[in-house]
Each structure stands twice: as structure tokens, then as C-alpha cells.
Write a protein that binds this ligand. Sequence first.
Ligand SMILES: [Zn+2]
Length: 58
Amino acid sequence: MIDDGVPDQLQCTNCLLPMQYQEKKDGKFLWQCFKCGKKYFVSQNIDDDMEESWSPPR
Ligand SMILES: [Zn+2]
């Protein structure tokens, strides 16, 4: 199975650590930093801006 459009790796702009791919949600790929809980929503459409959201670690 091919996951087209999933980036190989994302880096947390806060911790500069590699982020972990979580799931595909609403046509976007959710990545989360395991350390600080920062989330990125990367759209399949490469023309779209990358969204950033924050949820503190539990
Ligand atoms: Zn982080």
C-alpha cells in the first residue's frame, strides 16, 4: 500500500526533534511532537499552507 503525499519526516520547530506521524484526518496528515505535543496538519494538496496547532502533553 502506498501512502502518497506523506512526508518522510517533519521536524518540530520548537524542540528540533523528529515528529511522529499520527493519522490521516480530514484529508490531512497529522504529525505530532512526542515531546512538546505540537501538532502539524499537512494537507495532501501541496499548494495548501501547513497548519500548526498546539496541545500540551498530558
Ligand atoms: Zn516539540
